[in-house]
Design a protein around this ligand. Structure first.
Ligand code: FAD
Ligand code: NDP
Length: 427
């Protein structure tokens, strides 16, 4: 049994949706493009899963957050794919790939062949078991990567109203899920190994602002330690977590966000790898010229950082690398190397921040941390390399993005601190 397509997108997440949009914009014929996804729904905006989807009132539900909601583009519902002649093969896992033969074998036994393949397999949540902790498959322990995880998290949350949750991991999932749990009337103890939350991006000063805010919302922090084991009832539920420092925390539920691994497994030994992902050039092309990789799974050169290869785990990068790959496929002569400005953001409670660039060099904070109107610049060798801003307006975010994109020259650090946002507006 087999089918053949000109273009196949492997994976049906954020990058797949944006790649499909770009194919349609540039003009494909019906029946040329196929998307294969393990998930049972058409591509959607994954960031909604830790935000609108978890709201206690009027939560976001599909179809309201299919790609490209929130990105000023049309919304790609299943009908859109039908009308554009795109074959959606959903609920189907690809279990092996052969880039020499240009074929994919699905778990249902079908062979799907392609002329051009775009790998958009994203990533999977790292499990506690990878750190020798057993029992994270209990009914009330939640990870969050896909719609099924989010639906389960909502069910568990609803059964724990008024109870206690332990959130494990001080990164994005920890931060956004803690806020969501609080909004759902659940008391949270947030446990992570670092000295402060979001240790890979936030400075201690920036983290202090958010941690103080979280404390004012009743969140309890336990830092500098990790979970070592679970205590269970006689059934499949966790009743407490035990930490490395010996503390025992009773828990009605646990949320774990301890990072991700890119889904590269199908291509190990077939394509060049880097930074835990599939290595691509500035046109998103892998070491096999018929195969492209985009989104969380792709490690690509960032011009702004001297072509340093990075694997970014954020939605803006998934959207832009996907569209660029399609441009490179369909208009090869007109498409050069992607010139990408890394962009990360988050929204928690009534707070909202954006970051552009790279967090290297010396940090200059500006504004008023106590009022929540503040930001920071990262300055390396006299140039702005990164910029962070809480509660900015669109114009302000555009200004800091421009300062980073142009690597604005800084002559006087004290002046930069005094000028704060004004500096960016003068660039
Ligand atoms: P994904 O969106 O993960 O899609 C991968 C797809 O491939 C999935 O559908 C998966 O099922 C499928 N797949 C994998 N292997 C196979 C296989 N063998 N066969 C078939 N299908 C397969 N980023 C931000 O910048 N801001 C945010 O606010 C933000 N919020 C987030 C909230 C959550 C809860 C999560 C999990 C992520 C968030 N991110 C955010 C990160 C962002 O969503 C990812 O960077 C983005 O989804 C990456 O897109 P992708 O298409 O590469 O991968
Ligand atoms: P992150 O990489 O953001 O954070 C992982 C956290 O877990 C870090 O605090 C890390 O500490 C900690 N950690 C690592 N190992 C252990 C361990 N064994 N026990 C306890 N803690 C540990 O990953 P998340 O899981 O938070 O997020 C998953 C993905 O989802 C990321 O790709 C992220 O970009 C994406 N996402 C993005 C959002 C956004 O952009 N707004 C929102 C939600 C998700 P340390 O740093 O000290 O190693």
């Amino acid at each position: 049994m087999g089918r053949a397509f000109v273009y196949v997108i492997l994976g049906g997440g954020v990058a797949a949706g944006y790649a499909a949009l770009e194919f349609v914009r540039r003009g494909i014929s019906h029946g040329e493009l196929c998307i294969i996804s393990e998930e049972s729904v058409a591509p959607y905006e994954r960031p909604a899963l830790s935000k609108g989807f978890l709201l206690p009132e009027d939560p976001a539900r599909l179809p309201s957050f299919h790609t490209c909601v929130g990105a000023n583009e049309e919304m790609l519902t299943p009908k859109w794919y039908r009308e554009n002649g795109i074959e959606l093969v959903l609920g189907t896992k690809v279990k092996s790939a052969d880039v020499t033969r240009k074929t994919l074998l699905t778990a249902t036994g079908e062979t799907i062949s392609y002329k051009i393949l775009i790998i958009a397999t994203g990533a999977r949540a790292i499990k506690l078991e990878e750190f020798e902790v057993r029992g994270s498959d209990a009914e009330n322990v939640c990870y969050l990567r896909n719609l099924a995880d989010a639906s389960r998290l909502v069910d568990v949350m609803r059964s724990c109203t008024g109870g206690n949750a332990v959130v494990v991991g001080g990164g994005y999932i920890g931060m956004e899920c803690t806020a969501a749990l609080v909004k759902n009337q659940i008391k949270v103890t947030w446990v992570f190994p670092g000295k402060h939350c979001m240790g890979r991006l936030f400075t201690p000063k920036i983290a202090l602002f958010y941690e103080d805010y979280y404390k004012s919302m009743g969140v309890n922090f336990i830092k500098g330690t990790v979970l070592t084991s679970f205590e269970n009832d006689s059934g499949r539920k966790v009743t407490a977590v035990v930490l490395k420092d010996g503390r025992r925390l009773p828990a009605d539920m646990v949320v774990v966000g301890i990072g991700i691994r890119a889904n590269t497994g199908l291509f190990e030994g077939q394509l060049n790898m880097d930074k835990g992902g599939i290595k691509v050039n500035g046109r998103m092309q892998t070491s096999n010229s018929s195969v492209y990789a985009v989104g969380d799974v792709a490690a690509f050169p960032i011009k702004l950082f001297g072509n340093d290869v990075r694997r970014l785990e954020h939605v803006d990068s998934a959207r832009k690398t996907a569209r660029h790959a399609v441009a490179a496929i369909m208009a090869p002569r007109k498409t050069g190397d992607l010139d990408y400005l890394p962009f990360f953001y988050s929204r928690v409670f009534t707070l909202s921040w954006q970051f552009y660039g790279d967090n290297v060099g010396e940090v200059v904070h500006f504004g008023d941390l106590s009022s929540g109107r503040f930001g920071a610049y990262w300055v390396d060798q006299g140039r702005i390399m990164g910029a962070f801003l809480e509660s900015g307006s669109r114009k302000e975010y555009e200004a800091i993005a421009k300062a980073v994109k142009l690597k604005a020259t800084v002559e006087d650090m004290a002046k930069l601190e005094r000028e704060g946002l004004e500096f960016a507006f003068q660039v």
